[in-house]
Design a protein around this ligand. Structure first.
Ligand SMILES: O=P(O)(O)OC[C@H]1O[C@](O)(COP(=O)(O)O)[C@@H](O)[C@@H]1O
Ligand SMILES: [Mg+2]
Ligand SMILES: [Mg+2]
Length: 348
């Protein structure tokens, strides 16, 4: 019989690997774990509590905010405020960054960026959704944290993770020393280690892309989709198309089975749809730590310069060899020019 190892126990155990650690990051991860449990409780009964409904506001992304988006946002911010280890929160649901100016947080040195509820379009149809978090250390030392502390490259992350609210609820995270997954045991109310040292296979047979936008895609992506659909037993093609529409759920599946997720910049979203700071950077850090790869089709996501809070990017992420193949198609059929001009593309 294997002993249960809880997230709390695991975090403390891992803290020993960082000789200079004083427990701040451990406590911060603990706080995020607590918020995830509270959000999980509401996700499970969203239909009963009308949390799946629109709350009548449009967020800075121009999207209808769901009540659960707002609830999750409040719960993560509250847990981070109470925990005292976070000085600034960046959230998909908040226009500006939130300066946690409280007595308990006056010496806090961590910045947390969150997508409190990922896959909002799936809340009211009982399909897996998630939460995503990314953690940075302050760069500036005196006074209040500034925008300089917030706009750091993904390669500066000290930790990142996601929670998937699916048939079971899991929390998966990395602190730069591999990726571990914990399943919430409702009877214990604890996240328990269930997926130690997660690795994404170098190759897979799953491709995840919203083909409904095919006409808008750059030629490189169209060629890659065709490549996935060709009959070729030797390379296990045609690959399987799987698209949930919740980034966390699509990436979690691909991390376990192997596969590629693509949301490219395209004629209708010239800068891409997904957000760099609280969606693409944390997921790229996790996938790279699991042995995979993440780029915008040309450059490594984690090396992209960050200039805006809600900056967007195209993303190609997943099994290393599949991302390499997709990048090859992008370089050949959509070679980067200074300004990618989508106006020449005929909409079929
Ligand atoms: O409906 P589309 O255009 O395929 O977009 C789906 C993508 O949008 C998202 O829902 C955006 O995230 P949010 O739900 O957090 O806004 C991703 O989870 C998902 O991958
Ligand atoms: Mg999201
Ligand atoms: Mg969201």
């Amino acid at each position: 019989m294997k002993a249960v190892k809880t997230l709390g126990q695991f975090i403390i155990e891992k803290q020993a690997e960082f000789p200079y650690a004083k427990g701040e990051l451990s406590r911060l991860l603990r706080d995020i774990g607590i918020a995830a449990k509270v959000v999980n409780r509401e996700v499970n009964r969203a239909g009963l509590a009308d949390l799946a409904l629109d709350n009548g506001f449009i967020n800075i992304q121009g999207e209808n905010q769901k009540k659960l988006d707002v609830y999750a946002n409040e719960q993560f911010i509250l847990a981070l405020q109470q925990g005292g280890e976070c000085c600034v929160v960046v959230s998909e649901e908040s226009d500006e960054y939130i300066d946690i100016d409280s007595e308990i947080s006056k010496n806090a040195k961590y910045i947390v960026a969150i997508d409190p509820l990922d896959g909002s379009s799936n809340i009211d149809v009982n399909v897996s959704v998630g939460s995503i978090f990314s953690i940075y250390r302050r760069k500036t030392t005196d006074g209040r944290a500034s925008i300089k502390d917030v706009l750091q490259r993904g390669s500066e992350q000290v930790a990142a993770g996601y929670v998937i609210y699916g048939s079971s609820t899991m929390l998966v995270y990395t602190t730069g020393k591999g990726v571990n997954g914990f399943t919430l045991d409702p009877s214990l109310g604890e996240f328990c280690l269930s997926h130690p040292k997660m690795r994404i296979p170098d190759d897979g047979v799953i491709y995840s892309i919203n083909e409904g936008y095919y006409a808008h895609f750059p030629d490189g992506v169209k060629k890659y989709i065709k490549y996935c659909q060709v009959e070729d037993v030797a390379t296990n093609r045609p690959f399987k198309a799987r698209y949930i529409g919740s980034m966390v759920a699509d990436l979690h599946r691909n991390m376990i089975k192997g596969g590629i997720f693509i949301y490219p910049a395209n004629a209708s979203d010239p800068k891409g749809k997904l957000r760099l700071i609280y969606e693409c950077n944390p997921m790229a850090f996790i996938i790279e730590q699991a042995g995979g790869k993440a780029s915008n089709g040309y450059e490594r996501i984690l090396d992209l310069e960050v200039t805006e809070l809600h900056q967007r990017t195209g993303i190609f992420i997943g099994s290393k060899n599949m991302v390499n193949k997709a990048e090859e198609m992008m370089r050949r059929f959509s070679p980067i020019t200074t300004n990618v001009d989508y106006s020449y593309m005929e909409l079929i």
